[in-house]
Design a protein around this ligand. Structure first.
Ligand code: NAP
Length: 218
């Protein structure tokens, strides 16, 4: 599949790299085509890897991943172009962490709204699925490295889009029964508001390589 990954940070690089490894063609997008990190990534990732502007990447992808800073994501997607997102599955991995008032970061959207909902409202023709924002980049693409199975939450308004995202996640190593569909796009409030707890667990454990598992009464 052709996939556009918006974002040159550790998340964009991890997801884009894994997708190329799995045989997909990937264009990494940034504000400016020729971005140093994107060029270096594409050179190292080899065949199937390319880079360009946010619009280049979104236009290239049959599926698009938003791996940009949460506070900039709406602006990024505007630059990517509504026409380049229309009808496409858009996986939103971003978190709305606001570091402007110091540590710990605040959430710039919460309670009765979420970034994923804002994106879906701004781009009604995109098929937004929130996924992967609750784990660190390395775990996103290699959950098996944790040694035990854990849960990943997905949500969105489009059932077909969620099924397609679930397949991509399974190709990363997530087991189908641990990819938990928590409902429509408004459910993204939960995984986005999980971040304050994620940060506390991170501080306590001293590692970002962890995840939560949901257990039910047997
Ligand atoms: N780090 C993790 O393990 C982790 C885990 C879960 C979720 N997340 C979330 O995933 C997203 C990506 O995280 P990250 O750590 O890889 O990278 P990041 O530093 O949060 O974001 C990097 C990307 O955001 C773009 N960007 C930043 N400010 C911008 C602005 N003002 N206007 C337009 N674009 C802007 C950058 O564009 P350029 O390429 O042009 O510089 C770059 O592509 C974030 O929302 C983060 O909260 C991260």
């Amino acid at each position: 599949m052709r996939i556009g990954v918006l974002g040159t940070g550790v998340v964009g690089q991890s997801i884009a790299g894994r997708l190329v490894e799995l045989g997909h063609e990937v264009t990494m997008g940034s504000r400016q085509a020729g971005n140093e990190k994107a060029v270096a990534w594409a050179a190292e990732a080899g065949d199937g890897a390319g880079e360009g502007s946010f619009a280049d990447a979104a236009g290239f992808g049959e599926l698009v991943v938003n791996a940009t800073a949460g506070g900039a994501s709406l602006e990024v997607l505007e630059a990517a172009g509504a026409e380049n997102l229309a009808g496409k599955v858009l996986i939103d991995v971003a978190n709305t962490l606001d570091f402007s008032q110091g540590m710990p970061p605040r959430l710039s959207v919460s309670n009765d709204d979420s970034l994923a909902e804002q994106i879906q409202r701004a781009f009604p023709e995109a098929r937004v699925v929130k996924a992967l924002n609750t784990v660190t980049a390395s775990v996103m693409v290699r959950p098996g490295a944790l040694g035990k199975s854990s849960n990943l939450f997905i949500c969105g308004d489009d059932e077909g889009a969620k099924a397609q995202v679930s397949e991509v996640l399974q190709s990363f190593g997530w087991s189908a029964e641990r990819v938990t569909d928590i409902g429509d796009i408004s459910a993204a409030r939960g995984p986005e508001m999980y971040l304050p707890l994620w940060l506390r667990i991170y501080g306590t454990l001293g590692t970002a390589e962890f995840n939560i598992g949901v257990i039910t009464r047997q």
